[in-house]
Write a protein that binds this ligand. Structure first.
Ligand SMILES: NC(=O)CC[C@H](N)C(=O)O
Length: 244
């Protein structure tokens, strides 16, 4: 079978696009990195891709709030095209700044409604947090990206990672198993209910604050010399490949 293609979306300030493209290619995808200006001029291009990746970084300098400006740009120029392609089965992954964009655009938690009902606020500590920690996937979640992952480690690097929403929204997300990923220990950001990542009701659209694309090789882990390292980050991308 031909290698499925993934569109990696970038704009001014994106800085994790190369790592994300590499992770997808290790899992068997053919990545193509496209600037938002090019895609906005030709939204029909999305139809040629099996998956869409929104990488981490500091899009538009995190001005106003992280992900806010790119989300507004996507709402203005690409929202119907994104919704149509999600509806036909396109997989979507937002990592860190990409998760912030998905949440602020409202593609998470529900791409059909596309209304913002959750946010990623400043970390409770008030500082940029950069460390490895334990996370746990909800095995009952429909999320295709986290299938079979259980508890594992991932690195994070963010200043605005505190997932928060009204209690009724959090209750609904938990009930539907849309909280696909939680911090297993203390949340580095102070997220409500330890939330690290959520998916849409179909499980195909997924966003998370930690960076799976930064752990695709045993040598990426700080304890690599212990020799016990199975790069869990790569499994997210392999799961997507299996789901295509
Ligand atoms: N690594 C990232 O994508 C960082 C996201 C965003 N700039 C923040 O600091 O919260």
């Amino acid at each position: 079978m031909a290698s499925p293609s993934v569109l990696i979306l970038r704009t001014a300030g994106t800085n994790c696009d190369a790592e994300m493209a590499h992770a997808f290619s290790l899992a068997g995808f053919t990545p193509e990195t496209v600037h938002v200006n090019a895609l906005a001029g030709e939204p029909g291009r999305l139809a040629g891709f099996a998956a869409l990746g929104l990488p981490g970084g500091f899009s538009h300098g995190d001005d106003i709030a992280a992900g806010r400006i790119l989300a507004a740009r996507l709402r203005q120029d690409l929202l119907p095209a994104l919704q149509e392609n999600i509806e036909r089965g396109m997989l979507v992954l937002g990592v860190c700044n990409g998760f912030q964009v998905l949440v602020k655009l409202g593609l998470l938690p529900d791409p059909v409604a596309a209304v913002q009902i959750t946010t990623l606020a400043r970390n409770r500590s008030g500082i940029f947090h950069d460390a490895w920690h334990h996370v746990a996937a909800d095995e009952e979640s429909p999320c295709v990206w986290t299938r079979g992952l259980g508890e594992h480690e991932l690195p994070s690097a963010h200043a605005e990672g505190r997932f928060t929403a009204p209690a009724a929204v959090l209750d609904a997300l938990e009930e539907n198993h849309q909280v696909a990923l939680r911090y297993a220990g203390e949340s580095p950001s102070g997220s409500d209910r330890g939330i690290a990542g959520i998916c849409d009701p179909t499980g195909r659209v997924f966003g998370l604050m930690p960076h799976p694309e930064r752990w695709t090789d045993p040598l990426h882990h700080p304890a690599w010399t212990s020799g016990k390292q199975d790069p869990a980050g790569l499994r997210y991308f392999r799961n997507a490949r299996d789901a295509v």
